[in-house]
Design a protein around this ligand. Structure first.
Ligand code: AHR
Length: 689
C-alpha cells in the first residue's frame, strides 16, 4: 500500500467525518435537571439594543444541585505529533533500532570516511532483526570514523548533566576497539562530553557509559557520535541516549513535560489512543503484548495512522508508571477488533482472541503476582498492581461502516463484566444490546461552534444510566498550539461540562502534545492545535493549557444553582457541513451565541465558591453578581487569563506571553459589580462566611 498517500488522506478524511458526526452526537433530548432549571435563563438571549442593562449572574450559594465529578479533568494521549518519541519519552536517539525505514539507516550518518548500511544478517534477536553495519576500514588516528545521530530535531545538551548512553555491538574478526562515545555539536567542533569503550568482541554485548557535561550553554543543535580510530567493521543495535528523567525512572519521561502535566493535576490518563490504538490495519494496531519487557525485546511497530515508526519503548508498563508518577488513574482503551481502513473482526469465535488479549491486559494491570500476567508485570519490574476503574472498548467505532460495533462491544462487555464486575465499561459509539456505563463523545470545533454548544449538556436527558466521557475535545483555533480564541472556546465549553458534571464525569482534551520543530517536509506535526508544544530543548503551555489548568485546579465538589439575565450575544452563521459520505448538507440558519459564559461551584470543606466567567468579546464586560444563601467576605482572589487579541498565543520564542495572573480582590459581597476584561477567563474565589 502507498503509505504516503494513506498518511495524507487518512487524518483529513477522518476529521471531515468527525466534524460531520460531531453535531449528531451532541443531539439533545428535551429534558430538564435541577441544575439546568435555573440555567435556562442563561440560554442565548440578545441584549435589548440600546438598553443600558448589564448582565446579571445569580448564584444560590446554599443550593448544591450536583456533585462535581472528582474525575472531571484528565489527559488523553497517543503517539501523534512525536508525542512520545521526540516528545515525552526520554529517549534522545531517533531510529535507535534502525527499523524506521526498511532500506536506509534514516536519521543516521557516517562520520569521516566510514560507510554505513542496514544489515539483516546475524541480528541481535528476532525483535531487533536488523542492525547498523559500520565499515570503518579507513579509520585512522587523524581520521576517526563512525556513526552519528542528530536526535529528534536536535539533541538537548544542558550544563552539568549526566547522560546515559548505551548500545549493543559486535565486531568483525580483527577489530577489538576501542570506541569513543561523545556528545558533540552538529559540526563536531565542540565536544561536550566523551567516554571510551575499551574493547569489543565478536559477540553481541551491551555497552554503557555516562556522558557528563560541564558548565555549558544549553543547546539543541547537537549529535551523539560513536567513532573508532582503529580500522575495522562493527555492527550496532539499539543505540540509546537518555538524559535524567522525571522521578529518575529508568526508561522514563522528559521532566519539563511531566511537570507541565503535573501542574494540571489530571485525574486520569486515557491511553494508548486514539487512532494509535486502532492502526490503519489489524496488523498495525497497538498490540500491547509487544510493548512490555526488556526494551531490546520489543519489535516496535509502524504507527501508520500518523505515519512514523514507534519503537514501543513507551509501552504498557511505561503508560502505567506515567500514571503512577502523576497520581492519575489509568483509563485503559483496549483494541476492539476494528482498524481504520475499515478492517473489522467479526463478532463470535474470530473475535475471541482479541477479547482474551483485553482480559490478559487487564490482568497485567490489576492482577496480583499469582496470576499469569500479574507475574509478568512483576518480572517486568512492578510487582504492585495498578488501580483500574475504567476500560474503554475501541476508539471512535462510529467509523466502522460494517455495523459490527454492537456485536463486538457486547462480546467485550460480557467477558470483562464476568471477570471484572467492578470495572466501568466505556463505549465509543451507540450500542443497542448492552447499555455501557459510560459513552465516549468527541468534539473538535471552531470557537463559535464550541460556544454555540456550551449549553448542550444542560438539556441532555438523565433518564438512562450511561454517563458521558468527553474523551477528545478541542477548540481548533491556532497552530501548532491553540491561541487565546481557542482558550476562550475551550473555557466556554468547560463551564458547560463542569455545570453538568453529574452527567459528564470525565473529559480530556486532544491532542495533548506537539513537537513544533518542523512544519516542512520532516513533519513533526500531523494534527494542528495541540495543548502543549516543545522542541528538543524547550516546552510551553498554550493559552488553552492554562485555561484547562485553571479549571482543573479550581472546582471544589458541588455545582451551585445559577441563573442569569441579559446575557449578551452575537450572531453566528454556522457553516454547511458534510455528512458521513462527504455530501454537503444545507446550511443551518444563523443563530445567536452568548458572548459571556459562567458557572459556579463550591468546596464543601472550605466554603470557597468558584465563579468562572468567560468574556469572549473584545470589549470590557461589566457584570452584576448576586449571591443568595450565604454571606460573602469582601476580600477574595481572582485568577485571570487574558489577551489583547484573540490571535495572541504562546510559543517556543514567547512561552509565557499569556499566563494566568492571580490578584487580590476587594469589594466583594452578596451583590457586587465587576468588569471582566476583553478576551478573558476569570475565576473568582469567593469566601462564604
Ligand atoms: O486526536 C486526534 C485523533 O482524532 C484521534 O487519534 C482520533 O481518535 C480522532 O479522530
Amino acid at each position: 500500500m502507498n503509505r504516503t498517500k494513506l498518511m495524507k488522506i487518512n487524518p483529513t478524511l477522518r476529521l471531515a467525518l468527525l466534524l460531520a458526526t460531531a453535531g449528531t452526537l451532541a443531539t439533545v433530548a428535551p429534558a430538564q435537571t435541577t441544575n439546568s432549571t435555573l440555567e435556562t435563563t442563561n440560554a442565548p438571549e440578545a441584549t435589548v439594543p440600546g438598553s443600558n442593562s448589564i448582565p446579571v449572574l445569580q448564584i444560590k450559594a446554599g443550593q448544591v444541585v450536583a456533585k462535581v465529578s472528582p474525575m472531571l479533568y484528565g489527559l488523553m494521549t497517543e503517539e501523534i505529533n512525536y508525542s512520545y518519541e521526540g516528545g515525552l519519552y526520554g529517549e534522545l536517539i531517533r531510529n535507535r533500532t534502525f527499523k524506521a525505514n526498511p532500506t536506509n539507516a534514516v536519521f543516521w550518518s557516517a562520520v569521516s570516511n566510514a560507510v554505513i548500511s542496514l544489515d539483516t544478517n546475524a541480528p541481535l534477536n528476532a525483535a531487533l532483526n536488523v542492525s547498523l553495519k559500520l565499515d570503518a576500514t579507513q579509520a585512522a588516528k587523524n581520521a576517526p570514523a563512525g556513526i552519528a545521530n542528530g536526535g529528534y530535531w536536535g539533541i538537548p545538551v544542558k550544563p552539568k548533566t549526566a547522560y546515559h548512553a548505551s548500545f549493543y555491538a559486535r565486531a568483525a574478526d580483527g577489530f577489538t576497539g576501542p570506541l569513543t562515545v561523545s556528545l558533540q555539536n552538529a559540526d563536531g567542533k565542540t565536544v561536550f562530553a566523551g567516554a571510551a569503550i575499551p574493547a569489543l568482541t565478536g559477540d553481541w554485548k551491551k555497552y554503557e557509559v555516562t556522558l557528563t557535561t560541564k558548565k555549558v550553554k544549553p543547546s539543541k543543535d547537537n549529535r551523539l557520535v560513536i567513532t573508532t580510530t582503529a580500522p575495522g567493521t562493527i555492527w550496532f543495535s539499539q543505540v540509546s541516549l537518555f538524559p535524567p528523567t522525571f522521578a529518575n525512572r529508568a526508561n522514563g519521561n522528559r521532566p519539563d513535560l511531566m511537570q507541565l502535566l503535573a501542574d494540571m493535576q489530571p485525574k486520569f490518563l486515557r491511553f494508548p489512543g486514539g487512532n494509535y490504538l486502532e492502526g490503519n490495519t489489524i496488523e498495525t494496531r497497538f498490540n500491547w503484548k509487544n510493548t512490555i519487557g526488556d526494551v531490546s525485546q520489543r519489535p516496535g511497530h509502524l504507527d501508520d495512522g500518523w505515519g512514523y515508526w514507534s519503537t514501543d519503548g513507551l509501552g504498557l508498563l511505561e503508560f502505567l508508571e506515567w500514571c503512577e508518577d502523576l497520581h492519575m488513574q489509568p483509563l485503559l482503551a483496549v483494541y476492539a477488533g476494528y482498524s481504520m481502513h475499515q478492517q473489522h473482526v467479526t463478532p463470535g469465535p474470530d473475535l475471541e482472541p482479541y477479547v482474551q488479549d483485553a482480559l490478559d491486559e487487564i490482568e497485567y494491570v490489576t492482577g496480583d503476582t499469582n496470576t499469569t500476567w500479574g507475574a509478568q508485570r512483576a518480572k517486568d519490574g512492578h510487582p504492585a498492581p495498578f488501580p483500574l476503574r475504567y476500560v474503554e472498548v475501541g476508539n471512535e467505532d462510529w467509523f466502522d461502516r460494517s455495523g459490527s460495533y454492537d456485536g463486538r462491544f457486547r462480546q467485550f462487555f460480557d467477558a470483562i463484566k464476568a471477570k471484572y464486575p467492578q470495572l466501568q465499561i466505556i463505549a465509543t459509539a451507540k450500542t443497542k444490546t448492552r447499555e455501557p456505563d459510560v459513552i465516549d463523545e468527541h468534539y473538535y470545533r471552531s470557537q463559535e461552534d464550541m460556544e454555540a454548544h456550551a449549553h448542550d449538556y444542560d438539556q441532555r436527558s438523565r433518564t438512562n444510566q450511561t454517563k458521558v466521557f468527553v474523551g477528545e475535545w478541542a477548540t481548533r483555533v491556532g497552530s501548532p498550539t491553540p491561541n487565546m480564541a481557542g482558550a476562550l472556546g475551550d473555557a466556554a465549553w468547560m463551564t458547560g461540562m463542569e455545570r453538568n458534571s453529574d452527567l459528564v464525569i470525565m473529559s480530556s482534551y486532544a491532542p495533548l502534545f506537539v513537537n513544533v520543530s518542523d512544519f516542512g517536509k520532516g513533519r513533526s506535526m500531523q494534527w494542528k492545535t495541540d495543548l502543549i508544544g516543545y522542541d528538543a530543548l524547550n516546552s510551553y503551555g498554550s493559552p488553552a493549557y492554562h485555561a484547562q489548568k485553571m479549571f482543573s485546579t479550581h472546582h471544589g465538589d458541588g455545582v451551585l444553582a445559577t441563573g442569569s439575565q441579559d446575557i449578551p450575544t452575537y450572531t453566528w452563521q454556522p457553516p454547511a457541513r458534510r455528512n458521513r459520505d462527504g455530501v454537503e448538507q444545507p446550511r443551518p440558519p444563523a443563530q445567536e451565541v452568548p458572548t459571556l459564559f459562567f458557572n459556579a461551584t463550591r468546596n464543601s470543606q472550605s466554603g470557597t465558591i468558584y465563579l468562572k466567567v468567560v468574556n469572549r468579546s473584545g470589549t470590557p464586560q461589566p457584570v452584576k453578581v448576586e449571591i443568595s444563601g450565604s454571606s460573602i467576605a469582601s476580600k477574595g482572589t481572582a485568577v485571570v487569563l487574558k489577551a489583547d487579541h484573540p490571535d495572541d498565543t504562546n510559543s517556543i520564542q514567547e512561552p509565557a506571553k499569556i499566563v494566568p495572573v492571580t490578584e487580590k480582590v476587594k469589594g466583594l459581597g452578596t451583590s457586587f459589580t465587576r468588569t471582566f476584561p476583553p478576551y478573558s477567563i476569570t475565576i473568582l474565589e469567593l469566601k462564604a462566611k
